[in-house]
Design a protein around this ligand. Structure first.
Ligand code: NDP
Length: 260
């Protein structure tokens, strides 16, 4: 018997990086999984996950589009008969000095990282109410929601917003058996890491490829960057019965980088 046998999990941004590692974890533990992302390559990622024998669908969905989000959750419900767990993982980052931080960059970041999380929570709750057996919502914030970093006020604000909406929704749905929690990953090796290394590296000094991130890793008490599976482990715990009595919380997963 696996921990998530018979459960259906929706994971946004599930085609790569942290989201893909989360999908791997849930499929390994018996869940039916629906991964969603903007690019059509999500279908290929779903096919790869299916090689393990798991039931996995890939859906193209821009989380900033309410209609696309509605279709995503309806498809998950229609295909698997229920939505039990929803992981709001899709996110974007850009890095810019204050004078160069355009309104477009600000709005795009808020749209994906904050509004997108809300829209997915809203639709997931709608589907969870259909079966009335509760559910789990897990929202991805960031260490930057704990400690804002230079040249990313829009990203930090968007992730602070995730913590706020997590607390508010947690209070609203607590009596329905639905928990809502957020997580704050620290420095995790993904495409986003590569972008951060390159752009911050150029802006903060004369860093060669990998050098800036390597120097930041030295600030982590565990002296290593995180991997997708480190984040997936926390998500799986929050989605499990062991976390029945945890809601409205934001938990760091960062090797001790931020201790608050
Ligand atoms: P990646 O850049 O590797 O992946 C981002 C994912 O989000 C992709 O699947 C992408 O899909 C998807 N996505 C982006 N925009 C949209 C959209 N409008 N609609 C649907 N999906 C979208 O990032 P990570 O795996 O590193 O990050 C995952 C989450 O973790 C993000 O929320 C990020 O902010 C957060 N995080 C990451 C940290 C890190 O160090 N890596 C640290 C702290 C937080 P597509 O490929 O189709 O564009």
């Amino acid at each position: 018997m696996n921990r998530f046998d018979g459960k259906t999990v929706v994971i946004t941004g599930g085609n790569k990086g942290i989201g893909y590692a989360i999908a791997e974890r849930f499929t390994a533990e018996g869940a039916n999984v629906v991964i969603a992302s903007v690019e059509p390559q999500v279908e290929e990622a779903a096919a790869k996950l299916r090689e393990s024998g798991a039931a996995v669908s890939g859906v193209v969905c821009d989380v900033t589009d309410p209609e696309a989000v509605r279709v995503l959750y309806e498809r998950a419900f229609d295909e698997f008969g229920q939505v039990d767990i929803s992981v709001q993982n899709a996110g974007i980052i850009t890095i810019a000095k204050v004078e160069d931080l355009t309104e477009d960059k600000w709005d795009a970041t808020m749209a994906v990282n904050t509004k997108g999380v809300f829209l997915c929570c809203q639709e997931a709750i709608r589907q969870m109410r259909k079966h009335g057996r509760g559910g789990r919502l897990i929202n991805t914030a960031s260490g930057q929601a704990r400690d804002g970093f230079i040249y990313t006020p829009h990203y930090a604000a968007s992730k602070f917003g995730v913590m706020g909406l997590t607390q508010s929704l947690a209070k609203e749905v607590a009596l329905e058996g639905i928990t809502v929690n957020a997580i704050c990953p620290g420095i995790i090796k993904t495409d986003m890491w590569d972008y951060n290394d390159r752009v911050w590296g150029q802006m903060l000094g004369d860093y060669g490829p990998g050098e800036l991130m390597a120097s930041w890793v030295q600030n982590i008490p565990m002296k290593r960057a995180g991997e997708g599976k480190d984040v997936a482990g926390l998500i799986a715990f929050l989605a499990s019965e062991d976390a029945d009595y945890i809601t409205g919380q934001t938990i760091n997963v960062d090797g001790g980088l931020i201790m608050s």
